[in-house]
Ligand binder design. Structure first.
Ligand code: SAM
Ligand code: SF4
Length: 330
């Protein structure tokens, strides 16, 4: 088992399989992004080996993310390869976070690989607003993807970033829409990761406010339900649905952190909100027996920090962390 210095067991690995994306969400990326040269990327076989090493060390949940994971060429071969760890029982869950744009054509394949649930990011149900937020996205494509995933038998969780003055008037509609369709819904606060084209204080909407407003319309019942992730959940009595809140800024969730994040170049970040990282590509390539890799993983987990120190306010003009969310994955 992997234990960090604060006795937290590391059982969850998120892997950003590409930093590229077919959207340019305003809170995530600048419109003109420089992506990694393709030659820098680990191959899918190398990513599979790295994941296998973590699973061998006790990781039980694996989430592929990005950038947009479904735009990486042949990514389904990686899903299918990783599915063998589900069959053996070593892995409990294989899942992904996606913008949904390519979900219609991959939903059946994901189910066949052993994926049982998928997180789809969706910030609005208004087509024009959707394109304004994502710059390059089309709402109907994403809705088609979500339907295909549901028809394939995948459970769906919608992730919505709460954005001041953008989707704040739609929060109630999103709760109803998800409630009617049977999707779980989690709201996320914007985090200060990477340079974007605008001031983040203009986008930041505290979820304490969102929750208070929802509480005037719905009956929100606190629950003990936890997925091992950072969200806190309530049940909406009127719809019966589970509603999550991820509040990195108004609420510190670090004490129960069980995860680490791997990038598509083999860099391991022990915390989403800190710069410290470990290179796993060199040991991976240097030693085909995985001995050096396993040693490097242990060494990295041994310096997992206690928590992040995100702040968004006008005195902190620079992002807390220089890299974008699309590098380390959401
Ligand atoms: N492209 C996929 C997607 O959008 O679902 C996966 C990667 S994306 C980086 C993962 C999640 O991070 C998405 O739900 C997205 O809305 C969220 N996200 C991106 N940048 C963020 C930021 N600066 N603060 C908070 N959430 C962010
Ligand atoms: Fe792409 Fe996801 Fe970032 Fe939007 S949030 S730009 S879909 S990586």
């Amino acid at each position: 088992m992997l234990l960090d210095p604060f006795a937290r067991a590391i059982s969850y690995l998120r892997v950003s399989v590409t930093d590229r994306c077919d959207f340019r969400c305003t809170y995530c990326m600048a419109e003109q992004m420089t992506f990694l040269p393709k030659a820098e990327l680990l191959t899918l076989e190398e990513l599979d080996r790295l994941c296998g090493a973590f699973i061998g060390l006790g990781v039980k949940k694996l989430r592929l993310t990005g950038g947009e994971p479904l735009v990486r060429r042949d990514v389904m071969t990686l899903f299918h390869a990783l599915g063998r760890h589900l069959k053996s029982g070593a892995l409990e869950e294989l899942t992904l976070t996606t913008n949904g744009s390519q979900l219609a054509r991959h939903a059946e394949g994901l189910k066949a690989a052993g994926v049982r649930r998928v997180n789809v990011s969706l910030d609005t149900l208004d087509p024009a607003k959707f394109t304004a937020i994502t710059r390059w996205g089309k709402l109907d494509k994403v809705l088609e993807g979500i339907r295909a995933a549901r028809d394939a038998g995948l459970r769906i969780k919608i992730n919505t970033v709460a954005l001041k003055g953008v989707n704040e008037g739609e929060i109630e509609d999103l709760v109803r829409w998800c409630g009617e369709a049977g999707y779980d819904l989690t709201f996320i606060e914007t985090m200060p990761l990477g340079e974007i084209d605008q001031d983040r204080t203009d986008q930041y909407l505290p979820l304490s406010l969102v929750r208070a407003r929802l509480g005037q319309v719905f009956t929100l019942e606190d629950t003990d339900y936890r997925t091992g992730g950072p969200a806190r959940y309530v049940t909406v009595r009127e719809t019966g649905q589970r509603l999550g809140f991820i509040t990195p800024l108004t609420h510190n969730f670090c004490e129960s952190c069980n995860r680490v994040r791997l990038t598509c170049t083999g860099t391991l970040y022990m915390c989403l909100g800190q710069e410290d990282a470990a290179d796993l590509r060199a040991p991976l390539r240097a030693d085909p027996t995985d001995g050096a890799l396993i040693e490097a993983i242990h060494e990295a987990i041994g310096r997992k920090p206690k928590g992040h120190d995100f702040v968004i306010d006008r005195r902190h003009q620079r992002p807390a962390v220089g890299r974008h969310m699309s590098v380390t994955g959401g």
